[in-house]
Every structure is written in C-alpha cells, then in structure tokens.
Design a protein around this ligand. Structure first.
Ligand code: OGA
Ligand code: NI
Length: 365
C-alpha cells in the first residue's frame, strides 16, 4: 500500500518548472488524451474551448429580507442550483471587498517569494498542511499543473500554534484569519438556506455537521502558473470536493474553473465580487442525492497565471454521516452508506482527484 507518511517521489513546485521557461512540459504532467481540455467529446458541441457560461447567480440580500416571498424565492433559487448544477455564485454576500482584495494580495505575495522561502513550508501527505504540489500518493501518477498552500482552520485544537502558517508576507496571517471568520458566517447562512431548501428545520444541516468548534474547516490557496502547453494538462484534475460546502474565490479575469454539466465541460465565468459555492459530497450524501456535488476541474493557459482561494466547510470528522432519515421513505431508500468524514477523505488524499468515483464508492449496492 502507498505510504501516507511521505510523497512517493521528490516534489518539484510547478511554479519553478514554469519559471524555468521550457517550451515543453515534463511528461509527468501530460494527461491521457481523453482527459485533456480540448478533447472534442468533452467540450460537447463546442468546436474550440468549452463554452464560457455564467452559472446561476443568487443575490443573498434576499435571505435577510423581511418580505417572505423574497426570502422564499432566494431559497428556491439555491435549491434549483443545488439540484441542477451543484454549484452557484453568490453576490451581496456581506464580505467586505477590501478584505477580499487584501487576502488575495497577501497570498499572491506568498507565491512571489523565492522557491526556498516557500519550501520551508513543504507539506507531507500526513495532514497536507503547508506548501504542496500534489494530491494523492500513488507512485508514478500523472500530476496536475498547480501548486497550493493548505491550512487546517478548525477544529480549533488542530491549530494550537501557527507553525504551518507563512510568516511572510506579514499581512498573511491576519488577513487570512479575518477573511475565514467572515466566510464562516457566510457558510452558516448558506447551511440554513440549504436546510430550508431541503424542507428541513432551519438548523438541521448545521446540527448534523456538528456545532461550534467541532466542524472541520480547511483553507487552500491554489496557484496555477503559466503553462507552455495548456492543451496537454490540467491545473487540477476532475473531482468533487469531499466535504460540505466550498466557498471559492476565483479570479474574475482569468477563467479556469470548469464544471461538468450534463456530461460536457463548461467554463465558469465568475461574476464581479462573487463567491462560487460548490456543493460537496457530504451534502450529496446527507440529502440522499437530492443535491448533487459538482464535478469540476481547472484548465490552465500560456498567458496568465491564476490564483484561487478555497474555504472548505466540512462536517465534524469523527461521526458517521449518512442520508438524513427525514428525507427517506419507502420510495426513497437510502442511497449511501454512512461513513465518518475522516475515513471518507482518505480516498482523495490517497488516490488524488478522480471525478466522482469517491461518492460512487459509498453507494448502497
Ligand atoms: C479546489 C478547487 C478550483 C479552482 O481547490 O478544490 O476545485 O478554481 N479549486 O482553483
Ligand atoms: Ni474542488
């Protein structure tokens, strides 16, 4: 079995390869033909790049409206998006735009540091925390064209000291803490809306996730360097996020995120000042498949690098979660076997991103 203590091969930051200025990418980044971005079948009817689409946008102002019809229409819009897409964008989310820009600038600053300064934080597959370039520990795997920095924010006891946090840029720690505190408020608001959208009591989903400090929250900054042969590789291979909700801050100016919609890949066009909300596998499982986790991937390009920030809002990791009894009936038997999130996330941590095979592997047979 592959070791979960060490990476199977020495890790080279993709940014260092990119900055060396070769015309060709190393073989270990070349994807099989059927996974490449321009594969005609996957791009559906498009002849060139996958279509740039504006995925559903939900105005969250509606959730604080005293007008019941407005509130219900907002929940309805979220409900439809979670059933049909597994993702939506939110605007008027209440997170200060200066804070968003500051946290983005801080992390851009981190990735601008010399390689040696970043490698001080080199991560291992034990917790994934720190600076890294791969997901999964399979020897000889085809790698993705991206680097990242991963931090565990909650439960609180996983963060008793800041030794995994960058000391440079100086603003990084403070802005990340402020930003994640704001995003946690947004997650709670969304969890309530999702409960309502499933016809459950308002706090039901949040209770299932575990109250207060028990929930599990991770933060990942993705950095996708320029790539001389973007048609042969991916910044991040197809996957669904294993946890609950992901709040993604994507670059408004550099497209890269693609989602699988009805069997074809479409490229997401981020709305200004919006967050992208991904439904993760745990919500697919709890909702017994009523809500779908979104299968997504990232494409890269030769002209511009791209930075994205993802906050992963996950259930507490030590209690088995399965379909909610309130959503089951004779006609709707449970579709998934209960599992703890700790056990569940080992799949992607071991195997790397593999489409939606992870959630399919817990299906009741
Ligand atoms: C992720 C992810 C998308 C992006 O970090 O899980 O899917 O646009 N990121 O970087
Ligand atoms: Ni993802």
């Amino acid at each position: 079995m592959a070791s979960m203590q060490h990476w199977p091969e020495p890790v080279t930051p993709v940014q260092a390869i990119s900055e060396a200025g070769f015309e060709k990418i190393p073989d270990c980044y070349i994807k099989p033909v059927n996974e490449r971005p321009l594969n005609a079948k996957q791009a559906g009817n498009c002849t060139d790049r996958a279509k740039l689409v504006r995925v559903p946008v939900v105005d969250l102002k509606g959730l604080s409206s005293s007008n019941l019809a407005t509130y219900q229409a907002t929940v309805e819009a979220i409900s439809t998006a979670c059933r049909e897409w597994g993702l939506f964008q939110v605007v008027n989310h209440g997170v200060n735009v200066d804070l968003v820009n500051n946290v983005k600038d801080s992390w851009r600053g981190f990735f601008c540091l010399p390689t040696e300064n970043k490698q001080v934080y080199a991560n291992s597959p034990i917790t994934y925390e720190g600076y890294g370039s791969r997901l999964g520990v399979e020897k000889g795997a085809i790698l993705d064209w991206g680097d990242y920095f991963f931090l565990s924010l909650l439960p609180a006891h996983t963060k008793t000291c800041y030794d995994k946090w960058p000391v440079e840029p100086i603003s990084c720690r403070e802005t990340t803490e402020e930003y994640s505190a704001e995003l946690l408020k947004l997650c709670k608001t969304l969890m309530t809306a999702l409960s309502m959208a499933l016809g459950l009591e308002a706090e039901k989903l949040q209770e299932e996730f575990g109250a207060g400090d028990y929930i599990d929250v991770g933060f990942r900054v993705n950095y996708y360097p320029k790539c001389p042969q973007p048609d042969l590789t991916l910044g991040l291979s197809s996957h669904s996020d294993p946890g609950g909700l992901t709040i993604l801050l994507a670059d408004e100016h550099v497209a890269g995120l693609q989602v699988n919609k009805d069997g074809g890949w479409v490229t997401v066009k981020p709305a200004p000042n919006a967050f992208i909300i991904n439904i993760g596998d745990q919500i697919q499982v709890l909702s017994n498949g009523i809500f779908k986790s979104v299968e997504h991937r990232v494409v890269v390009n030769a002209e511009q690098d791209r930075l994205s920030l993802a906050l992963f809002y996950n259930p507490r990791s030590d209690v088995p979660l399965g379909p909610l009894p309130a959503l089951l009936s004779l006609d709707s038997p449970p579709l998934y076997q209960p599992m703890t999130f700790n056990d569940y996330r080992m799949y992607i941590r071991k195997n790397g991103p593999r489409g939606k095979t992870q959630v399919e592997s817990v299906k009741v047979v």
